[in-house]
Design a protein around this ligand. Structure first.
Ligand SMILES: Cc1cc2nc3c(=O)[nH]c(=O)nc-3n(C[C@H](O)[C@H](O)[C@H](O)COP(=O)(O)OP(=O)(O)OC[C@H]3O[C@@H](n4cnc5c(N)ncnc54)[C@H](O)[C@@H]3O)c2cc1C
Length: 399
């Protein structure tokens, strides 16, 4: 086992990995490098806070396996460390007969992935659980829930430090080089150098750039940022949603569709949509970065994606610019919802990998190159599955 391990990124994945590595190799010196001033400032701290199990994912895929293992490990971790969470279950709603077919496919996938307790709700059972929801068919997924991922990350940071590891904030990794004996020298933006035996990059929205920067190779995919915007239900309208209410997602996309989430600390969130963002780490409609925009526009895969998905792209942009278009997505499930019951909420940006042929990379993607491991694609349910992804990396890539 190598002794000095550096991890880039204090998102939930980098932290879960640091902790798992310390558990498996207690003698290793583990250092996490994070460019921001605290943990989880990007995807991991700006997501829906949902514990997903493996309902949606292709049976046999890494995502399906690690989602199912992941939700169980994450719930056990939350119980052990008193982290706010609740296994409240979720209802997936089909609005018409076409969606009913997709819902049946989803139930089949879920059963193949080993989910327990999947049940169709008849109209009176749905009314008892979610009185305001209208559905052609509704599937209850009882294993899913809600959690405070920021508290998960704070706990991981404490556990890592208690075991002698370091989590260094304001430490942007600016480059790496190799010594003659094969060690990796990591250099931060402030010019500090660290000699490592193994480097693992969990850089989320920057994963393809870190891959190029650290290996000198062209990444096999490109990260395209998709901003997800939320709205909140006004307090007086919160009673319209009791638990989690999701639409049947379009099977062509990895996004789950605008849904209703009861937040673990109270409040009801609606969203996220999935709008192509002009800045990788930009959280408002006006966020713009010229290098990020050029990076997306000059990528063949991006142009192919846009040309093949014009309708999807236009509908998502409309839901960003128009409150009515956003409301339309939510009203498919709760028709009595009105615009004045919604107020603007927060936003997150998804790191979604795109292949050169324009297809969205659905599965988790991890690559090893010499003494480096790169997590290139870890989209939803990456937070739920983070502990399981970390165990998988330790088992399969580190020896
Ligand atoms: C809107 C939205 C909703 C989602 N909802 C859910 C959900 O409900 N449930 C779920 O399971 N998943 C959800 N996800 C997915 C989940 O959030 C991600 O899969 C997960 O957070 C990925 O974690 P990460 O650590 O890989 O990435 P990140 O959290 O993005 O962390 C990467 C870190 O790397 C750091 N970094 C990058 N470059 C450098 C550098 N050069 N030097 C140092 N540090 C660097 C960044 O600053 C960042 O902190 C959602 C995602 C989004 C965006």
């Amino acid at each position: 086992m190598k002794h000095r391990i550096g991890i880039v990124g204090a998102g939930i994945l980098g932290l879960a990995l640091a902790w798992r590595l310390q558990e498996r190799f207690p003698e290793a010196v583990v250092t996490v490098f994070e460019k921001e001033k605290g943990p989880g400032q990007h995807q991991s701290g700006n997501n829906s806070g949902v514990l997903h199990c493996g309902l949606y994912y292709q049976p046999g895929s890494l995502k399906a396996r690690l989602a199912v293992e992941g939700i169980r490990s994450m719930i056990a971790f939350c119980r052990q460390h008193d982290i706010p969470h609740e296994v409240c279950g979720k209802v997936v709603v089909a609005s018409d007969d076409r969606e009913r077919g997709f819902l049946e496919d989803l139930a089949g996938r879920g059963a193949a992935n080993g989910l327990q307790g999947l049940t169709y709700l008849d109209s009176s059972a749905l009314r008892r659980r979610e009185p305001h929801v209208r559905a052609a068919a509704a599937l209850l997924v009882p294993e899913e829930g809600i959690v405070d991922y920021r508290a998960v990350m704070e706990t991981l940071v404490s556990l890592i430090r208690n075991r002698g590891g370091e989590v260094l904030y304001n430490s942007r990794v600016a480059g790496v080089s190799s010594t003659k004996s094969g060690e990796t020298v990591l250099r931060t933006g402030s010019g500090k150098e660290f000699t490592l035996d193994l480097l693992v990059c969990c850089a989320g929205l920057q994963s393809d750039r870190l891959y190029r920067q650290c290996t000198g190779l062209k990444p096999p995919l490109k990260i395209i940022p998709f901003r997800g915007e939320y709205r909140m239900l006004r307090p007086e309208a919160e009673a319209m949603v009791n638990h989690l209410v999701y639409p049947v997602p379009d099977p062509l996309y990895p996004f789950l569709g605008v849904h209703f989430t009861r937040l673990v600390h109270g409040g009801r969130e609606i969203g996220p949509n999935a709008v192509l963002a002009l800045k990788r780490e930009g959280y408002t409609k006006s966020s713009f970065s010229l290098p990020d925009t050029i990076d997306s526009l000059t990528y063949t895969g991006f142009r192919r994606f846009i040309s093949k998905n014009l309708r999807f792209t236009a509908a998502e942009v409309a839901s960003s610019l128009s409150g009515k278009a956003f409301l339309g997505k939510a009203r498919k499930m709760i028709p009595e919802l009105t615009l004045d019951q919604l107020v603007p909420g927060t936003a997150g940006v998804r790191a979604q990998a795109l292949a050169t042929d324009g297809t969205l990379v659905m599965d988790f993607r991890i690559l090893r190159h010499d003494r480096q491991i790169h997590v290139l694609n870890a989209p939803s349910p990456g937070a739920t599955a983070s502990l399981a992804i970390a165990s998988h990396i330790v088992d399969e890539y580190i020896n």
